[in-house]
Design a protein around this ligand. Structure first.
Ligand code: NOJ
Length: 560
């Protein structure tokens, strides 16, 4: 805490280059009013937990008015608060209270699509084909006889075609609109000046209220090929050897960079840095860091790290190429182990890592692979120390500090993710990492809500209380105390956060590096214990074996 306070008091304009950002999924964090859904007052009540944990900032997933067809990523008003979550006064109080504790506040902006209940889309439906109202979205006539086929071959991320057909005012089937996600999430048209103005105004609205930054949803998706060319089987992310000039028609279009240059100018007009972190799934490092040039975004999630299996060689390669690409544009890297879209690290690393297929790390990809959750826990603890020792910033998804596993057995009928309906149940979706947090060992919702309140919006496992904050508090072997210790060391150590590392050759199965002054991180991904160099152990993810580092264990060292 001293460190956090002194960082902010010092007016550290580079705080974001080293920040540990804690991600709060508001539906699942803490339910103050007992309606079964987390809320702003719930977050406020838990700020002392976050201060004690030692995070620098919180990122709150969308809290705007929303019909909740995609858990808030379908926004119907970008400048207000969803009543299920609370009020604007409560949001302002939360920001003030977080700031008083030295915790910055980052919101989530969703600029690729609105809700179908947004006034713009309702006006577009009412106004008909060719109207200025429809020009703010991507409406087209269909292909084929009667326009019965979607305008092109694009596919929705949630399954099926990326187009939905509307019924026109005369009752006949009419135009189609683009929606890369759910039917209730129409994509907006970033060629339209109104769209630019609306989002820039929304940024200012929240910056004026003291928000420190934004996570940008689907940042690589905003601009679409002008002719809406077919994807025609083009794989994405594009393979490494893709010739320059070959572009995917709706991901990572070069025109997207101009949007973020304008946003950067909006942010830079404020005193004190207001920062952006892009959600950018593009694979190739140089395409990611193109978003991080000095006049664009500040940071981006490092999904290549998140997707790497728990194996020394791919992890080392990912870390090395990440650092090189970021250094080339002068941006800090980020280190991410999980979020609300992917399988929790404990359960991901529990799978045989040589059989984990490449690609989006959702639970769906792991079904059928045996899980060794004890191994998953050991690896997730070691991965936490690795990610918090690497140069740059880090993200911690709520519950990671408790070592929560993915909840894999939520009944299909209780699942809420639109991906489940979009794929007819073929994909079980992302609910398993969104189960409301346990704060206490017992009680009707394990302290997520008041005892006897409404059941949490997703069912919690009967033994959820064993992972609760209360169960772990004070237990030196717990995840919680490991995270607390690591964040406390990190906050006070001059070698950690932004900067550089030097690899040490400690064998093919060991990731070992030093950082100046006097810091070492050793991670053993092999099967046998390995010796540690001379030095004092600052924190270790598990017990050492006669001074050696056992398999799936990490240690931070003060080096002589
Ligand atoms: C990415 C978000 O993280 C995810 O939860 C959401 O479903 C899609 N974008 C669409 O907004």
């Amino acid at each position: 805490m001293t460190t956090l306070r002194s960082r902010q008091a010092a007016g550290d304009t580079d705080w974001w280059r080293s920040a540990v950002v804690y991600q709060i999924y508001p539906r699942s964090f803490a339910d103050d009013n007992g309606d079964g859904v987390g809320d702003i007052n719930g977050i406020r009540s838990r700020l002392p937990h976050l201060a004690r944990l030692g995070v620098d900032a919180i990122w709150i997933n969308p809290w705007y008015p929303s019909p909740m067809k995609d858990a808030g990523y379908d926004v119907s008003d970008y400048r207000a608060i969803e009543p299920v979550f609370g009020t604007m006064a409560e949001a302002e109080a939360l920001m003030a209270e977080a700031h008083a504790l030295g915790i910055r506040v980052i919101l989530d902006i969703v600029p690729n699509h609105t809700s179908d209940q947004h006034p713009w889309f309702q006006a577009a439906l009412a106004a008909g084909p060719g109207s200025p109202e429809r020009a703010r979205y991507i409406f087209r006539d269909g292909r084929g006889p009667g326009g019965d086929l979607p305008p092109n071959d694009w596919r929705s991320e949630f399954g099926g075609p990326a187009w939905s057909r509307v019924t026109e005012a005369d009752g006949r089937p009419g135009q189609w609109y683009l929606r890369l996600f759910a039917p209730e999430q129409p994509d907006v048209n970033w060629d339209h000046p109104d769209v630019h103005a609306e989002f820039e105004e929304s940024l200012r609205f929240w910056f004026d209220r003291g928000v420190d930054g934004f996570r940008i949803d689907v940042a690589h998706g905003l601009v679409k090929d002008a002719g809406l060319a077919d994807v025609a089987g083009l794989e994405f992310p594009l393979p490494d050897d893709t010739p320059e000039g070959v572009e995917h028609p709706h991901w990572d279009q070069p025109g997207v960079h101009d949007i973020f240059r304008r946003w950067r100018a909006v942010a830079d007009a404020y005193d004190g840095p207001r920062v952006f972190c892009g959600e950018i799934w593009v694979g190739r490092d140089h395409r990611l860091t193109a978003y991080l040039r000095p006049d664009e975004l500040h940071t981006a999630f490092n999904f290549n790290f998140l997707m790497a299996p728990w194996l020394a060689s791919p992890l080392r390669e990912t870390i090395t190429s990440t650092l090189a690409a970021h250094a080339a544009v002068g941006a800090p890297a980020t280190w991410v182990l999980g979020n609300h879209d992917v399988c929790r690290p404990v359960s991901r690393y529990a799978r045989p890592q040589d059989r984990v297929r490449e690609g989006f790390p959702s639970l769906q990809g792991y079904l059928g692979l045996p899980a060794d959750l004890d191994a998953g826990r050991r690896r997730a603890r070691a991965a936490a120390l690795l990610s918090l020792a690497l140069p740059g910033g880090a993200y911690v998804f709520a519950g990671e500090e408790l070592g929560l596993p993915e909840v894999e057995d939520i009944p299909l009928e209780a699942r809420q993710d639109p991906m489940v309906a979009g794929t007819g149940g073929a994909n079980i979706g992302r609910d398993g990492c969104r189960v409301p947090l346990p704060w206490t060992t017992d009680g009707s919702s394990f302290g997520f809500g008041p005892d006897g309140g409404a059941a949490p919006w997703l069912p919690q496992p009967p033994d959820w209380g064993r992972w609760s904050t209360a169960a772990q508090e004070g237990d030196p072997a717990s995840f919680l105390e490991l995270y607390r210790r690591a964040l406390s060391v990190r906050g006070g150590h001059p070698a950690l956060g932004d900067g550089a590392l030097a690899w040490v050759d400690a064998g093919p199965d060991v990731l070992a590096f030093t950082r100046e002054p006097g810091f070492g991180c050793w991670v053993n991904l092999g099967t046998d214990p390995v010796p540690l160099p001379a030095g004092r152990v600052l924190v270790a993810s598990g017990p050492l074996a006669d001074g050696a580092l056992p398999a799936d264990t990490a240690a931070w060292l003060a080096l002589d």
